[in-house]
Design a protein around this ligand. Structure first.
Ligand SMILES: [Zn+2]
Ligand SMILES: [Zn+2]
Length: 339
């Protein structure tokens, strides 16, 4: 079978390798779609701090079950599925209390372990997540980023009745905002500096958007929420100014979930955090239940993913897909590799 290997930053080679043989409790997947995300692009540029080369990328994907090991009972060939890409040790304190997604020795397939950029891929049934026939392979490949939205919006006590600001309208910010809405937020404002990303947010049913290169953050908040302001914030841009806006404009006692990836360590007005009794909450990836919730929310129509898919490339054009992403700058969201 064919396997795409990133041998060095910006260079992908195709190799012919044997089809994996699933172990007793493993499932063999025939890969259908692979989504490319911001972290993959960091690897492409050689700027991902915890990835070495050569690396087989691919951590957000959809597939069909091709075969199952003899110990697998819950699923069978022909079912549509994806899988959580996290490898955890199972014995550290985080793992022992069930927080395997923040395992001391966490490794993620596609970064510190081999990913799914190949025709067939074997995964243990414990990390497998099946999804219904009614979901397309594109929707299936967006379960992973949607699970990030599911998890980050669970990190807060409750979003019910709150006004929410999501800074950053990339794929993750978009999905976070949709989850916040689905979880009963009163109003959700999503901000960005890209008209394309904000228009896509609108296409996903997010009615309140603000381009903060044309309008001040303060004005956008006032226009959207009036005197009530906002009580919950999500930093999904990885930008200093977005972090400042959230910290300095949120209502006293507000909660901010930090999930953006910062190239430069942001400075935060900690005096302000103290005086306003703000809560800053971290959020990393997801847990298995977030995957399941992502499937449910996509399946029941609460979360729209189709507008997020900008373009498809065949497997052989993996490199071209990255070059396209580069050229498009802020005018592409999810680019998919089709197998
Ligand atoms: Zn990703
Ligand atoms: Zn662990």
């Amino acid at each position: 079978m064919r396997q795409a290997v990133m041998v060095s930053p910006g260079r992908i080679e195709f190799r012919d390798v044997p089809v994996p043989v699933p172990g007793a409790d493993e499932v063999l997947l025939e890969i259908k779609r692979i989504g490319i995300c911001g972290s993959d692009i960091h690897v492409w540029h050689g700027r991902h701090p915890f990835t070495t080369y050569p690396v087989v990328q691919g951590h957000e994907f959809s597939a069909v079950i091709a075969a199952v090991g003899e110990g697998v009972t819950e699923v069978k060939p022909g079912m549509r599925a994806t899988a959580r890409p996290q490898l955890s040790c199972g014995s550290c304190r985080a793992c022992m209390r069930g927080d395997y997604h923040i395992c001391r020795d966490l490794r993620v397939q596609g970064f510190q372990a081999s990913g799914c950029a190949q025709e067939y891929f074997a995964v243990p049934e414990s990390r497998l997540v099946v999804f219904p026939e009614g979901l397309s392979f594109e929707q299936g490949a967006l379960i992973e980023p949607a699970a990030v939205g599911a998890h980050s919006t669970r990190r807060m006590d409750s979003l019910s009745g709150k006004n929410v600001v999501v800074a950053g309208a990339g794929t993750i910010g978009n999905l976070v905002a949709q989850f916040a809405k689905s979880r009963g937020a009163e109003k959700v404002l999503i901000t960005d500096i890209s008209e394309f990303r904000l228009k896509t947010a609108g296409d996903c049913g997010l009615r309140h958007t603000a381009n903060i290169s044309n309008e001040s953050f303060e004005d956008a908040v006032h226009r959207t929420f009036g005197e009530t302001g906002f009580q919950a914030g999500f930093e999904a841009a990885g930008v200093q100014s977005a972090m400042d806006d959230l910290v300095c404009r949120i209502e006293k006692g507000g909660e901010i979930v930090v999930l953006g990836v910062f190239d430069r360590n942001p400075r935060i007005n900690m005096g302000y955090v103290g005086e306003h009794e703000l809560k800053l909450i971290g959020s990393l990836m997801y847990k298995h239940e977030d995957y399941r919730e992502a499937v449910d929310f996509i399946a029941n129509g609460s979360i729209a993913t189709d507008p997020l898919v900008t373009r498809h490339f065949p497997f052989e054009e993996y490199e071209e897909a990255y070059e396209y992403i580069e050229r498009q700058e802020d005018k592409s969201l999810k680019v998919m590799i089709d197998l």
